[in-house]
Design a protein. Structure first.
Length: 63
């Protein structure tokens, strides 16, 4: 009792299957980066944004 059963249409299941297949193909072509280099990339990106010369897309200076 208390369980909720959710109906999932055939088209929704097919959509999920196609997304999973596309992700698998993408990952086979562009393997995910290893965690060490990914952390370095994030650190570089946050440093660039928080740096004193960071600009907004419209050309204004970020705070």
């Amino acid at each position: 009792m208390g369980e909720v059963i959710r109906f999932v249409s055939k088209s929704e299941r097919e959509r999920v299957r196609l997304i999973q297949e596309a992700r698998a193909i993408y990952d086979s072509i562009f393997p995910p980066a290893d965690p060490v280099s990914e952390q370095q990339d994030k650190a570089l990106a946050s440093h660039a944004v928080s740096g004193s010369n960071a600009y907004r897309r419209d050309g204004g200076l970020l705070p």
